[in-house]
Design a protein around this ligand. Sequence first.
Ligand code: 4NP
Length: 156
Amino acid sequence: MTKASVLFVCLGNICRSPLAEGALRDAVEQTVLDVVIDSAGTGDWHVGSEPDRRAQAVAAKNGVNISRLRARQVHPEDFYRFDHIIAMDSDNLANLHKIAPADGRALLSLLLDHVPGREGQSVTDPYFGDASGFDGTWDDVTAGIQGLLPKLRGSQ
Ligand code: 4NP
């Protein structure tokens, strides 16, 4: 059985993609699936930082601990290491396409492409809003994860 691998990508790797990483880790723990899961940012401003406090709070409220995650930047190696690289929004997806090595194997998509009826939509960047915006981010992220799970099952 091959192990599926997924990298979630946003801009800073402190809000949306750590929530996606935490939500998928939590969902996978409740299954027999064995999945390599990571997240990264296209930007480097927050490298080494823990997730934004508001992201940690919304995850904790939903029973998921993301406090030990640390931000890193996307690296060209990632396009060879991961089956799926899943962007939170269309700007980050466009940037991933720009830096993707021609022979990289990762399939690129948007998280909401995995939710029927929401293909092409972005998970809104909550960073410059208030804490309540993170509830909507959590709802979007978990909808994406629920849509993604059966596809990961299919690849094992
Ligand atoms: P994220 O949110 O991409 O979901 O982690 C952001 C975090 C930081 C910044 C922008 C978005 N920033 O401009 O520093």
